[in-house]
Design a protein around this ligand. Sequence first.
Ligand code: SF4
Length: 219
Amino acid sequence: MSAAVSFSGPGRDCALCPRLADFIAGHRAAQPDWHNAPVPSFGPLTAGLLVVGLAPGLRGANRTGRPFTGDYAGELLYPALLKFGLADGQFRADPQDGLRLLSARITNAVRCVPPENKPTPLEQKTCRPFLKDEIASMPRLRVILALGRIAHDAVLSTLGLRKADYAFAHGARHSLPGGLVLADTYHTSRYNVNTGRLTVEMFETVMAGLLPALQKNAG
Ligand code: SF4
């Protein structure tokens, strides 16, 4: 399959999901210094790894404009990407921290912040074509890492695959048609870390398990 290495994503004023557009409009008025728009993906389209979260956090990516930046969710993810050589620089939870992603890209299944972190099924479906286009625009993609069950389900729906054939489980790696691997981890949320559901060691074990497929991709 030949695929163009370009992807534009939704415009800043995408209003395909009226509830989310209204929610963002309210925050634009209240917080004019925040990003308050669909959050663009971060990292090169030539990456072998695509990390998929559910949606931007209100005071995280929706505020800073970079996925998993500005709230707790990036505190586990970015250090692990640095540790395993998929990023370089330093993570300081700020888009100006100079951190670069080398062979990883980070996105969300739903690109606008939803109230209470809960997009509706219709909103997930409405935003799906952007993730589909993005995946098709990554010619060296080998592994999709889903952060949590909802992201896992969103990836399967985006690829037109049945959820019943690929059950979510932390640490699972599913071989998908066409050679892609879908890997699962519990979400890197503060709640999961504070409750011990996900530890640094558990997350690093998942990341380490992806390296053989990524190194094959790089070769
Ligand atoms: S969630 Fe996606 S489809 Fe919906 S308004 Fe935002 S960018 Fe557009």
